[in-house]
Design a protein around this ligand. Structure first.
Ligand code: NG6
Ligand code: CA
Length: 489
């Protein structure tokens, strides 16, 4: 039996949107009226974090309540990778099913599919439906990776059985009869910059190779609309019960291919245009809540999976047209970064009547949503469930102004940052400072870095040399957290 008070829950999750990309967080020139309104009606966090500076790890944490670096498989996955959440693992949607919720995911998955012998032509065993979602309509990985098809529950949508799909990420197995970016650049509408030289789909070459499945291939220009429609369908069919919707947008990840309605609507080229498009899609979904009279009963959370990037693999003029726009606002770094721009992201929460509109400086991490939702819906967690997730309902609802004492954030490849209320500590890491592909600062240095974020939000003044005791203390706390789960031991 569910309590009638259980709110519907919608997580709207952008892909690579930066802390400074929305006008409600200080941007100029990108029309995002729907998100700005959401921020006005809700609580806007200044210190809301993804657990990692890349996608798969952040999404893994969101759904499992576990830090991503605890699972060695939680790295950016190819589109044919096996599912990294096990069928018997505890997950946020399973916990909400226990609480009586109908659960659905629409959009980007990127947590693997199948159990090793993935065949996109068969009913897939190992989908979101096996880890807690009643309904799913997804893309397997990213919009720059094959297979470029939608998967509706266990089946590729619109697949013609006489034209089966083959997928490989191995250049030695690349399909000689299928054009790819490396060998057929003359066929490209948008040139790649790095990587992304595999199969050409809709004039854009992707990561990986794909053959067949022609009737199922998505149209990049309508992807936003299709996901919004699917999200709306899920809401309509679930309106009489408490529901949980994980609406995982593909914008503004590369390739940035806006619907023609949004092309040239911002000064920043396609990157701005797809953010405007994203906002429109979100508006469609939020309007549906209004229309069904569900706004008051629905807790809406908007955030992003990692920080921003200009050149993530295509020559799409994002750099040339960026002008003065600061995607990460005052923060240093972006996607892939150990600096704040990697993981501090927009984070807006709305629940009319339950959350006072305003702003919050509390420290909140997306890994906490699992336990926070359990708290809100009256679910007890088992001893090993959501091990890094804190029950912070008061923080989410704006009553508590402090939030977490500390947390571990991941840059790339399990490299960690330790963040507490005042400081960010980046241990020495033996790797590049700059990402050679994107030009983003990954932030690795052979020396420790310590920043006092109270007066140095841009992380320009490394205090490690001046404050060795603080460095030692934070190194110790980081190691303690790595050794044991934070919540239940
Ligand atoms: C990287 C890709 C990048 C993007 C990223 C995943 C190259 C050189 N770079 O490996 O383009 O696809 O993976 O992005 O291939 S994420 O938001 O899903 O983490
Ligand atoms: Ca991402």
């Amino acid at each position: 039996m569910t309590k009638p008070a259980d709110p519907n829950i919608i997580i709207i999750y952008a892909d690579d949107l930066g802390f400074g990309d929305l006008s409600c967080y200080g941007a100029n020139g990108i029309p995002t009226p729907n998100l700005d309104k959401l921020a006005e009606q809700g609580l806007k966090f200044h210190q809301g974090y993804a657990t990692a500076a890349t996608c798969t790890p952040s999404r893994y944490s969101l759904l499992t309540g576990s830090y991503p670096w605890r699972n060695p498989n939680a790295a950016v996955l190819p589109g044919d990778a096996p599912q990294i959440i096990g069928k018997s693992d505890t997950t946020m949607p399973k916990m909400l099913q226990r609480a009586g919720y109908r659960t659905g995911i629409v959009g980007k998955w990127h947590l693997g599919l199948g159990n090793g012998n993935l065949d996109f032509n068969q009913s897939i065993d190992g989908t979101p439906n096996d880890v807690g979602f009643d309904e799913s309509f997804i893309m397997a990985a990213t919009n720059d990776r094959v297979p470029c098809v939608y998967i509706n529950n266990r089946h590729v949508e619109d697949l013609d059985p006489d034209d089966p799909i083959e997928v490989t990420y191995d250049w030695d197995q690349a399909y000689a009869d299928v054009p790819n970016g490396r060998n057929n650049p003359e066929l490209l509408d948008m040139m790649y910059d790095h990587g992304h030289d595999g199969t050409i789909i809709n004039g854009v070459s992707r990561i990986g190779h794909m053959r067949g499945g022609k009737s199922a291939v998505w149209n990049d220009e309508t992807m936003g609309e299709i996901f919004a429609d699917q999200a709306i369908d899920f809401i309509e069919t679930s309106k009489d019960e408490p529901f949980f919707l994980y609406y995982a947008l593909h914008q503004p990840h590369v390739p940035r291919i806006p619907n023609p309605k949004f092309r040239n609507t911002t000064p920043y080229g396609v990157r701005g245009d797809v953010i405007a498009e994203m906002d429109w899609c979100i508006g469609q979904v939020l309007n549906k809540l209004n229309e069904l009279d569900l706004t008051e009963k629905t807790l809406v959370i908007f955030s992003s999976d990692n920080g921003p990037v200009l050149n993530d693999g295509y020559k799409d003029q994002a750099i040339e047209l960026n002008g003065e726009h600061r995607m990460a606002g005052p923060l240093r770094g972006g996607k892939y970064s150990l600096f704040e721009g990697g993981t501090r992201v927009p984070f807006i929460v709305r629940w009319p009547g339950k959350i006072q509109p305003g702003e919050s400086q509390a420290l909140y991490n997306q890994v906490d949503l699992y336990h926070t939702f359990a708290e809100l819906t009256g679910q007890a967690l088992c001893s090993n469930e959501a091990p890094d997730s804190l029950a912070l309902a008061d923080t989410l609802l704006g009553k508590d102004k402090v939030g977490r004492d500390s947390m571990v954030l991941e840059g790339m490849q399990y490299k960690k940052v330790f963040r507490n209320q005042h400081y960010a500590y980046i241990p020495p890491h033996d790797d590049d400072f700059i990402c050679q592909y994107t030009g983003n600062e990954k932030g690795n240095t052979p020396e420790p870095q310590l920043y006092d974020l109270r007066d140095d939000i841009g992380q320009l003044n490394n205090l490690a040399g001046q404050m060795p005791d603080k460095v030692a203390e934070m190194e110790q706390e980081l190691n303690d957290t790595i050794r044991r789960h934070q919540t239940r031991q």
